[in-house]
Design a protein. Sequence first.
Length: 349
Amino acid sequence: MIYRTPEYCRDFRCIAGDCRDSCCKGWEIDIDETTVAKYETIKGAFGERLRDNIKDGHFVLTTDERCPFLNNDGLCDIYTALGEKDLCHICAEHPRYYEWFDNVKEGGTGLCCEASAQLILSRPFLLYEEEVPFEEAAGEYDEELFDMLIEVRESMLETVCDENTPLAEALCYILDTALKAGECIDIQILRNETTTGVAEAIQEIFRKFSELEPIDDKWLPYIRECADKLDEAPTVNAKHITYLRRIAAYFLFRYIMKSIYDGNIIGYATFAVVSTFIICELFRCQSAENGTCSFEDCAEIAKNYSKETEYCEENMEKLLEYFETENYFSINTLKAIIRATFCKNVDDI
Ligand code: SF4
C-alpha cells in the first residue's frame, strides 16, 4: 500500500531532554492492553516500580502532572531501562498520527509537539509517498467520495501553498470549495448561515475559544487577554504569512479526509481556516506585547493552540458543533473576518 506523508515528517526527531514542553506531562497517558500485560511480566525492582505506577490502564501522574517515569533530565526511565520496543503504543507513536483507506495510509507528525511544530513551520508543505506493507482500513467508505475528497483537498492545498494567491483569497477559496463539495455528499450538515458584523464576530469567536476545556491553566486567561489587545496589535509580516500557509496546509491534510466518514467537510475546512485565523491573531498579540514575534514564538504559539484544541477530543467536538450552530462561524462572516484581518497588510500578502 502507499504511505503518504508531508516530506518534513521524515526528519522528525524527538528532542527529549531538550524539550521545554514534554508530552510526558500535563495529560493522562493511556497504556494499551498488550503493554499493560507485558509490564505485568517484567521482573525485579523496575517491574515493581512499573506496577506501582500504573492504575486502570494509565500511568499515575505525579502531583505536578508529570509521568512518573519522566526523570529530572527530561528522559524516559522506561526507555532507558527496557528500550524503545517496550514503550506503550502512545509513547512510541506520539506525536505521529495516521489514517488508513483501503490501499492508502496517510500520516504525519502533530503540531502539538515542540520539535514537530518547528518542522511544520520551517518547511514548505510537500507530500512524499512510499510503498509500505498492507494494513487494514479503519472503516468502510465510499470509493467515489474518496476520489472526490482527494481532489478537493489537493486543490485546497495547492491554493494555500501558492505564494501568488493572497492568503485571504486562499482561505476564502477553501471555505467556498468545502461548501460546494459538501452539497455533493449524501450526509447533509445544517449550519447557521446568518451573517454577522466582523468586530462583534471576532470577539465572540475569542469568547468561545476562551470557554473551552483548558489543558494548561494559563491558556484561557492568555486567550482572553489577547482578545483585548487585538485592536492595538500590529499586522503580521510576510514571514508570518508563510508560516500561516504551512499551518493551514497541516490542518487541511490532517482533517479534510476525515469527512469520508461523517460528511463534515465544511466543519473540517472551517477548523483549518479558523485555526489559521486564531493563530494569526496570537502572532499579532505577541508582536504587540514584545515588539516582535520570532520563528520560535510562532512555533510555540501554534504548538500551544494545537494542544488546546485538536488534542482535546471534547474541545474538538464542541468546536465542530459551534461551527454549525453559531452565526459568527457562518461562511460569509468568516470570509469577511479573513479579508478584514489579512488584507490590512496588502503589501505582504
Ligand atoms: S513533545 Fe515532542 S519533542 Fe517534546 S518530548 Fe514529546 S515527542 Fe519529544
